[in-house]
Design a protein around this ligand. Structure first.
Ligand SMILES: [Zn+2]
Length: 236
């Protein structure tokens, strides 16, 4: 090797070294790596703490610009939320969490249809989040429509109501007419949680293996509070 080639080779290896050092010195990812996931219970406690901040109006001032840049290289959310599309029930807001924290699937009536299940399966398969929250809410329009028994004006709307109907049937076994909707809302959270396990092998396997916990909850519109429901079905 002549001297100029040797010089060039040395220069290249120095610049490679500098690049390697630069990437090693890059700031650690905001979220824990897949090997060190927090427990589902810890994540739920964090969600409730965020909900308390939301209720009191003392929410965190997230640096969304820094978060956005940091997360551009990849996401590692630890929580999946299946919630209603209702504009008053945005999970990131009601749990005072930010970009990259929650993998959210929203459908009217928080129903777990095929695409919703597929979206959740994607998250379970690729990001291994320890917690999945099914979040219903008071005065849900989709559940109210299902309780009305009226025919929907399109087959797409009918598809939503069809998914909620078993919850209405269950609620009718014990609820009086003045609290049928509220009971059906809770039953519908149970129904969605049951559908997740019954209709998805990936979700079922993760739960059976103890890698994923499903928590059922309801959001109260006026207070802003998220209340955990008993997963048994029936009254609670
Ligand atoms: Zn709703």
């Amino acid at each position: 090797m002549n001297r100029s080639l040797f010089f060039l080779a040395t220069l290249l290896s120095i610049s490679n070294l500098a690049l390697a050092q630069q990437s090693a010195a890059a700031p650690a990812h905001h979220h824990a790596p897949a090997t060190a996931k927090p427990s589902a219970d810890k994540l739920w406690t964090d969600l409730l703490a965020g909900n308390e901040r939301f209720i009191s109006g003392k929410t965190h001032a997230y640096n969304v610009v820094a978060l956005r840049r940091e997360l551009a290289s990849g996401q590692q959310p630890n929580v999946i939320v299946l919630s209603c599309s209702d504009s008053r029930v945005a999970p990131e807001l009601v749990f005072d969490h930010s970009l990259g924290d929650l993998f959210v699937v929203r459908t009217a009536g928080n129903v777990a249809d095929l695409v919703g299940l597929g979206s959740i399966e994607y998250a379970v398969d690729h990001m291994h989040p320890p917690l999945l929250v099914v979040l219903g809410h008071q005065k849900c329009g989709a559940v109210t429509a299902a309780c009305s028994g009226e025919k929907m004006p399109s087959r797409n709307l009918e598809a939503i109501v069809d998914k909620i109907d078993p919850a209405v049937t269950q609620a009718k076994t014990y609820a009086k007419s003045d609290n049928l909707i509220e009971s059906a809302i809770k039953e519908n959270v149970h129904q969605s949680a049951k559908d997740l396990l019954a209709n998805s092998e990936i979700i079922r396997d993760a739960v059976t293996a103890g890698k994923l916990k499903v928590i059922e909850a309801e959001y109260e519109l006026e207070s802003g509070q998220v209340v955990r429901l008993n997963p048994s079905g029936g009254q609670n």
